[in-house]
Design a protein around this ligand. Structure first.
Ligand code: ADP
Ligand code: MG
Length: 207
């Protein structure tokens, strides 16, 4: 059930709250875990407002979660994640099944929305250094000849590589950019939260 997937993500974020804030304390202001936990809490509250029928509708669930995150989460990551979730909601309908093509559209829409809002590119040391490589795994060129489970797993590896990559580069967007080259050597907290979210969804889908 879709609600179970959201709850799995919420629990993962809450259990990594302190870790995410510690990462942010090194190159930002130390609130990323608190912001993400706030988003998780508001997502749970938003789902409580939906009927059982709505809870089985992927578009309604994504829309409710995206709106809750945009409205209730401070910092830069909340509005960016919220915008991404709201755009992903627009590309699914009641006939969508979670196949490679649908996931390609959802991640593509989320990445585009985050880029329109935050103007970051790959290599700027942000969540996009994880989300863009995840999306790329699902494109027709890269997923040809593979089944869904294979692509899901390859994308976890791509997400982990994305986090490692953020350690090697200087931040060009967000608070960490104030540090310039002193941000090198630390993983980007938003990249890590994106890995946590994706890895949790992936385990859920595979299981
Ligand atoms: P704040 O930086 O306002 O304190 P958070 O700590 O919650 O907000 O989120 C920081 C994360 O947001 C960063 O680690 C980065 O991944 C992401 N981020 C910041 N600015 C941008 C941007 N312009 N585009 C994409 N992601 C961004
Ligand atoms: Mg912060």
């Amino acid at each position: 059930m879709i609600r179970d997937a959201v709850e799995a993500v919420v629990n993962a974020i809450i259990s990594e709250k302190d870790y995410l804030s510690q990462l942010d304390a090194k190159i930002g202001d130390g609130d990323h875990g608190a912001n993400m936990a706030q988003g998780a809490k508001s997502a749970v509250e938003a789902l409580e407002e939906l009927s059982d029928e709505e809870l089985n509708d992927l578009q309604k669930v994504l829309h409710a979660v995206g709106e809750a995150v945009v409205m209730n989460v401070g910092g830069s990551a909340g509005p960016l994640y919220g915008a991404g979730i709201l755009e992903a909601a627009k590309v699914v309908d009641e006939n969508s099944s979670l196949d490679i093509a649908t996931l390609e559209k959802m991640f593509g829409a989320a990445v585009s929305a985050i880029q329109r809002r935050g103007h970051a590119q790959k290599g700027d040391k942000t969540m996009l250094d994880v989300l863009i490589p995840i999306h790329e795994c699902f494109t027709p060129e890269n997923s040809a000849g593979k089944n869904l489970e294979e692509v899901l797993v390859l994308a976890v590896d791509a997400a982990k590589d994305g986090v490692e990559y953020t350690k090697t580069i200087a931040a060009k967007r967000g608070r960490a950019s104030y540090l310039g080259d002193r941000s090198i050597g630390f993983e980007d907290p938003g990249a890590v939260s994106s890995l946590i979210i994706y890895r949790t969804l992936c385990n859920y889908w595979k299981g």
